[in-house]
Design a protein around this ligand. Structure first.
Ligand code: FES
Ligand SMILES: [Fe+2]
Length: 401
């Protein structure tokens, strides 16, 4: 009798996006299903007024996000189940949202609760998507997956910081390019050559070490003179790093003591669609004493610095400005620099072998792709997924001190 031979499938090549697709995240895709297992930040809390709704696209899914008069935030599918009008253009009444077309109203769980032109009893059969939300660190998070949401991960260091600034901006390229950037230590020495990262003394090329952690990965640069710089990557789309405040100013600009505090970034990359994504930042600012109103206001106006960075990045990409103009023209220098290199890779980077040629310095990128390959393969095969938790005290210490 023939014994059955177990056929082992070799692991997919890490550079072949056709094998494991971490690019596409719409409903029903593998990476989209995986990302939907986690709470995702989707909006800045202070920008959502009570009684208002806004339209959002997250992972190719149209959502209406609204805040009821009691201050609670709700998130439903942005399509009226009657004839498809956008619910985000409707009225917020208590905790329901009413369609402006024929008045159907939906509750936070997506249940239709009123149809003014229909007989009673029809509404109970009608339901759209409704998703749990949570506000934390100045951001609105939503759980867009099936079933009960997982425990909400918290970050005590951010809760304890004197001041946390929440910001979101959109970058016009696929999300995974910016996820890879979390562990691309080598780019700092070139992309950010003219920025406050100069403090790192970029003439010294460090040894780069990537290690697994219970949360994802950590990457450490060890410089010949003993300094070290560390960044963390948390699955599935979180980066944590410390930044010197001089990164957020024009070259030559003066800073007062309040503005010289270190900042720690908790960053998320959330797909909007396959060709753009949100960069979400919860920035903990470690200042002495209480922040002044003026200081807080400046952080609130941060979106001006982001608009400026997008504009300059676009001009560099089109050839209108040289790359080094970024350092003189932008307040948020690294933001524009990263945008130029990532958008320059193409809206969706071509990772096929031979077109992309990875080197020994790309260990962080390979490690991220490997984590995704492992997790998405397990998901596709119905095997258990890993749980990712940040151990207490795991922080991106070191830096350009
Ligand atoms: S389309 Fe919304 S009530 Fe008719
Ligand atoms: Fe960068």
């Amino acid at each position: 009798m023939n014994e059955q031979v177990a056929i082992q499938t070799p692991p997919p090549p890490l550079t072949d996006p056709g094998t494991i697709d971490y690019i596409h995240t719409g409903p029903g895709t593998l990476a989209g299903t995986y990302l939907r297992l986690f709470w995702q930040p989707i909006y800045v809390s202070r920008k959502l007024e009570a009684g208002r709704a806004v339209p959002l696209t997250i992972m190719n899914q149209k959502l209406a996000l609204y805040r009821s008069q009691d201050g609670k935030v709700h998130c439903v599918e942005n399509r009226c189940a009657h004839r498809g009008a956008l619910l985000s253009t409707g009225w917020v009444e208590g905790d329901v949202i009413r369609c402006p077309f024929h008045g159907w109203a939906f509750g936070p769980d997506g249940q239709c609760v009123h149809q003014p032109l229909e007989a009673a009893g029809y509404a109970k059969n009608i339901r759209i998507g409704g998703y749990p939300t949570r506000e934390y660190l100045g951001l609105v998070f939503a759980y867009l997956g099936e079933g009960e949401p997982p425990e909400f991960p918290t970050y005590p260091e951010w809760e304890n910081a004197k001041f946390v600034s929440a910001q979101i901006d959109t970058r016009p390229c696929n999300w995974f390019q910016n996820v890879e950037n979390f562990q691309d230590e080598g780019h700092v020495f070139f992309t950010h050559r003219r920025s406050a990262f100069e403090d790192l003394d970029l003439t010294q090329i460090p040894k780069i070490k990537t290690e697994k952690t219970p949360w994802g990965l950590s990457q450490t640069s060890l410089f010949p003179d003993g300094r070290r710089r560390a960044t963390l990557f948390g699955m599935p789309n979180i980066g944590m790093f410390a930044v010197h405040p001089d990164n957020i100013k024009r070259q030559g600009e003066e800073r007062n003591a309040e503005e010289s505090a270190w900042q720690m970034f908790l960053d998320y990359r959330v797909p909007v669609d396959d060709e753009s994504h949100l960069q979400v930042h919860a920035i903990a600012v470690f200042i002495d004493g209480e922040p002044s109103e003026d200081y807080k206001k400046r952080w609130e106006d941060f979106s001006d610095a982001e608009a400026e960075a997008h504009e300059v990045a676009a001009k560099v990409l089109s050839g209108e400005l040289p790359y080094d103009a970024i350092a003189e023209k932008c307040h948020h220098v690294p933001l524009a620099q990263d945008e130029v290199v990532q958008v320059g890779q193409g809206v969706i980077a071509d990772r096929r072998r031979g077109i992309e040629n990875l080197g020994a310095s790309d260990t962080g990128i390979v490690a991220i792709r490997r984590l995704y390959t492992e997790e998405l393969t397990a998901l596709a095969e119905g095997r258990p997924l890993r749980t990712w938790e940040r151990p207490e005290g795991l922080l991106p210490l070191g830096g350009a001190e």
